[in-house]
Design a protein around this ligand. Structure first.
Ligand SMILES: Cc1ncc(COP(=O)(O)O)c(C=O)c1O
Length: 378
């Protein structure tokens, strides 16, 4: 089944729901069993509306099963908890989504968990970091601020040979453009609050993997911590998934235009986007991704004050930290970093991150152009 058809129809089960082309929202916590046992009992464990989203996402990811969570962080922490043991060791890229890093290096330390952070660009870094008690290699590729990649197949092969679990945050590429399970990765997690939801109106998370792992996660991490998805959230997620393929095509086309425009602009020092042939890992990206999404970073030339002025003078880009919605956004992860903080975090000084939305791409280019022109006048 094609990915478009999965998004449009898979799991909708028209016969079961009276031919409803849009599935009903089972907005209930409890399923009674006095007369018929349908296999449902309590929405924290399973819900028919949530299951439709899970079927679609598992199929898109070429995985056996999926489980929805109340947010991306709920899925990420549950995935990590499912493979960690007390006093174990994890290897992870330094520039993962900051709360993921915080979960590992400030929260899990109270259970004796240690994490080694690497840049992640070379498989040898992961190999060197392994210890006898390493339980998982956690990846996020591309990293959603510096846009370097990790080699999914090479890391999966290394981890498998040592009996270590692998988890990948696949939010940036979406299951349309990257399928880590097919590369040998064990667990994929997503913040579905981004492209899958697509409208900046839900918080949602998903985990995918083997049937056995997902059944365990249902009873352990989802059942015990309780960060299940609400059925209404699942319904909005299904609605978002319907249009994911058309939206992603547009995000990709516009982002490629914006990245090329910025790269050619004399006021811009660097553009970080895996879709540009000048990206140092462009070939790796082509081997493991079939497309690119709409989030990228760049470093304008100029003082901090000039860069801050550039951000303020944008008219169409709103300022905010999230991404993956219909709206174009800018935020400034590197703007106020001094040299030491930039070295420690691996984030270039002056780095700005933009999420390219669904507005007219000509309007976005015009807006960036006028804001870059205003920098020269400061
Ligand atoms: C790459 C990445 N992973 C995970 C998350 C966490 O997702 P959520 O906000 O849905 O908890 C985010 C959120 O910004 C993210 O950017």
């Amino acid at each position: 089944m094609s990915k478009e058809d999965i998004c449009a129809h898979l799991g909708d089960d028209y016969d079961r729901y009276l031919g409803a082309i849009v599935p009903p929202i089972f907005q209930n916590s409890l399923f009674t069993r006095k007369t018929v046992n349908h296999g449902y009992s309590y929405t924290r464990m399973s819900n028919p509306t949530t299951e439709i989203a899970e079927k679609k996402i598992a199929a898109l990811e070429e995985a056996e099963e999926a489980r929805c969570f109340s947010s991306g962080m709920a899925a990420i922490s549950a995935a990590l908890m499912s493979v960690m043991e007390k006093d174990c060791h994890i290897v992870c890229p330094l520039n993962v989504y900051p709360p993921t890093k915080g979960f590992l290096d400030s929260y899990m330390t109270k259970f004796g968990v240690e994490t080694t952070f690497v840049s992640g660009e070379k498989v040898e870094e992961f190999e060197r970091a392994l210890r006898p008690n390493t339980k998982a290699i956690y990846l996020e590729t591309p990293l959603s601020n510096v846009f370097t990649l990790q080699d999914l197949r090479a890391v999966a092969e290394l981890a498998r040979s040592k009996g270590i679990a692998t988890i990948v945050d696949n939010t940036w590429a979406t299951p349309l453009y990257q399928n880590p399970i097919a590369c040998g990765i064990d667990i994929v997690v997503h913040s579905a609050s981004k492209y899958m939801g697509g409208h900046s109106d839900i918080l949602a998370g998903v985990m995918v993997g083997s049937k056995e792992r997902m059944e365990q996660v249902t009873h352990r991490e989802r059942g015990l911590f309780g960060a299940s998805m609400d059925p209404h959230q699942a319904w909005l997620l299904i609605r978002g998934l319907r249009t994911l393929p058309v939206r992603m095509r547009r995000h990709q086309e516009s982002a490629l235009r914006v990245a090329s425009f910025l790269e050619a602009h004399p006021q811009v020092e660097r553009v970080l986007y895996p879709g540009l042939p000048s990206h140092p890992q462009y070939e790796l990206g082509r081997r493991q991704m079939s497309g690119y999404s709409g989030l990228l970073s760049f470093v304008p030339g100029g003082s901090r004050e000039q860069i801050a002025g550039f951000v303020k003078s944008l008219r169409l880009f709103e300022e905010g930290p999230s991404w993956g919605g219909f709206e174009s956004l800018i935020n400034s992860p590197g703007l106020w970093l001094d040299e030491e903080a930039s070295r420690r975090t691996g984030i270039p000084q002056g780095l700005l991150r933009i999420s390219i939305g669904l507005e007219n791409p000509d309007s976005l280019l015009e807006d960036l152009d006028q804001a870059l022109a205003s920098m020269k006048r400061l």
